[in-house]
Ligand binder design. Structure first.
Ligand code: GRF
Length: 205
């Protein structure tokens, strides 16, 4: 059974989906730590309500990013972490954590990458006039939303969508997509071929 740490900055609905799926056994894993860069993130309180260890880590209280990430690294080691899931974590992960958890940090993003990386992906999709968007789970690298793709789900874009309605529709797809990707990781089903990640696939087409 894999030991999973979640990093978040806000609401925590993806975190909650992962926690719930571990509890039902859909994911053969256990969420052993929830942390993040925002001490007042509602997601921390949600995790606490499940009885999961949470740690507030405010980057402003550290002299440098390396110091902040060293602190996170200690927490991760203490918890015996196998896999890190970023779930609305609004910060780029630096070389220290990337090196320590190579090919073991997943992220979820609310677009079909490589389209619309970065902030406000749903607004970007509306501005581009795309008729299909969705969500992507990917391993991270040093870039912004650029690492190898693990799983995607497509979602239709309606003519009268606003950023809010499209975000809500994509979020509904995010939860099962993240669960599917993490479940595949924990089963050992993901395989790497020529820089691509195979074994978890796509849905919604
Ligand atoms: C999600 O849309 C996720 O794709 C993005 O940030 C949002 C986090 O939502 N990275 P939540 O905190 O999981 O509810």
């Amino acid at each position: 059974m894999k030991r999973i740490a979640i990093f978040l900055s806000g609401r925590g609905s993806n975190a909650e989906a992962l926690i719930a799926a571990c509890r039902t056994g859909e994911i053969d894993g256990e969420v052993v730590l929830v942390t993040g860069d925002n001490p007042t993130a509602p997601g921390l309180a949600k995790a606490r309500a499940y009885g999961i260890r949470t740690e507030e880590a405010d980057p402003r209280q550290f002299a440098s990013k390396v110091d902040y990430e060293s602190h996170l690294l200690r927490l991760l080691s203490e918890a015996g972490t196998d896999l890190i899931c970023l779930a609305g974590y609004m910060r780029l992960v630096g070389p220290l954590l990337l090196g320590a958890y190579r090919r073991r940090i997943l992220n979820i993003h609310p677009s079909l990458l490589p389209s619309f990386p970065g902030l406000h992906a749903q607004e970007q999709a509306l501005a581009a006039g795309v008729k299909v968007s969705g969500c992507t789970v990917h391993f991270i690298d040093s870039g912004m939303d650029t690492g190898p793709i693990v799983a995607q789900t497509a979602v239709p874009v309606a003519d009268d969508d606003t950023a809010d309605t499209l975000s809500a529709r994509i979020l509904q797809a995010e939860h099962p997509t993240y669960v599917r990707a993490v479940a595949a990781y924990c089963r050992g089903d993901l395989r790497w071929e020529d820089g691509r990640v195979l074994g978890a696939g796509q849905e919604g087409i």
